[in-house]
Each structure stands twice: as C-alpha cells, then as structure tokens.
Design a binder for this molecule. Sequence first.
Ligand SMILES: Cc1cc2nc3c(=O)[nH]c(=O)nc-3n(C[C@H](O)[C@H](O)[C@H](O)COP(=O)(O)O)c2cc1C
Length: 230
Amino acid sequence: MTLQEAIKARHSVRRYTDKPVEKEKMDAIRKAVAEANAASGLNIQIVINEPKAFIASNFLHIEYGSFHGVRNYLVMAGGSGTEVKEKVGYYGEGIVLLMQTLGLNSCWVGLTYREVFGAFKLRPGERVHCVIPFGYGENEGVQHNLRSPAQFIEADAHLHLPDWFLEGINAVVLAPSAVNQQKYAFSIEDGNVVSARTKFSLIGYTAMDLGIAKRHFEIGAGPENFTWKK
Ligand SMILES: Cc1cc2nc3c(=O)[nH]c(=O)nc-3n(C[C@H](O)[C@H](O)[C@H](O)COP(=O)(O)O)c2cc1C
C-alpha cells in the first residue's frame, strides 16, 4: 500500500483485537519514531502491552472516545507552543500513515485517555500533547463526513490552480482532525509557494490539525512540486 492509498484507507479505529503486532512491523514503527524524533526534537514514545490508558473511567468516555482493546499506543510528547503542536501533527501523521501501509489501524486521541504513571518518561519542559493507539482493529473505521475541497482553498477566482495543488487539497479533505473540525485553509503564492493557516476554533487543537493536514497535502501534491511559505 502506498502513502496515497493509506490516506484513502485510513479512518479512526476505536476497537482493537488482541492480535499482537508482528516484530517486523514493530521494527518499522520504531525506526519511523526514531527518525521523527531526530528530525523534530519531539519525544515520541511507544508503549506496548499497557491497557490502563484506555480503561473507561470518566465522564468524557461517553460515545465520543469510547475505546476498546487498546494495549499499544504512541505518546506524542514535546515542549510547548504552536510550532511544537504543528510538529506533533505533521510527524505523528507520518507514523499513522506508515502504520496504515503495514495493515494496522490507529486513532489520534487528545482527550479521551489517561496518562499512566511509569509507562513513559517526559524530559523537563515536556508534556503529552496526544496519544495514538494502534494495532489490529476490529473494523477499518468509517469515512468521516467529507467537506468540499473548495472549503480549504483561499484563492482569487481568476487564479488558475495547478493540478498538483488540487491533488494536495484532495488529500487534505481526508485528514483526521479533532472532532472532524478541519479548521484550516491553503493558498498558493508566486507559482509554487504554498501557505497554510489555521482558522478560529473554540475547541483548540488547530495547530496539531494543521500539521496533520500539511502532511496530507505534501503526499497528495508531491513534495517536488512546491515549497511551504516560511
Ligand atoms: C488532534 C486530534 C485529537 C483527537 N482526539 C480524539 C479523542 O480525544 N477521542 C476520540 O475518540 N477521537 C479523537 N480524535 C479523532 C477524530 O475524532 C477523527 O479524526 C475525526 O472525527 C475524523 O475522522 P477520521 O479520523 O475517521 O477521518 C482526534 C483527532 C485529532 C486529529
């Protein structure tokens, strides 16, 4: 499965079987985590065979965020600030899509879990931004309600949008986001410079969502076709 195919196949999965993840697949995930940490400065950690983070315990576990059978998860730890949160989204989604290509399922989780003492270690100044349970799902999840691509484009009506930009947006449409809010927009400047911005949200998580969407855009558009506006 290619990353483009993984973007289409991925949906949030909240129920897992007890089938263990094979050693070769764990090795591929470990390698991806090490590379992401080296490139980003984040402290992403892998927790295996730890069922307590997702035992239903508080009022948040009503419908939304009801998980079952989770024993493996990534801890998305890092410093503070908008830039770090965008990196959590960007690097985390790279690993999420890799896991999908390996035939595994996953789900981003910002709220409906608890931090289990001793399961991972934070360095000074770090916090847990999100966790990502993974493994073999009981199902493949369901497609979220899709917005029209136009909702993610900010452009002059007269501007011709190149195919690669539209392919990038088609991949953004499929990106996971907190409560499926997708509060962001993309625009094109000076030929092949792309800028992306968050929109207002009462819920938050917009910087993380933006990082996820930028990863999708890159895979859809092809990184050779454009550069991000600094
Ligand atoms: C930053 C972030 C936080 C999320 N937090 C939760 C959560 O706490 N509980 C949950 O069940 N799903 C959570 N989700 C999953 C979203 O609900 C899901 O991505 C969205 O509804 C779109 O569905 P899809 O992932 O199947 O495309 C989160 C997603 C993101 C990106």
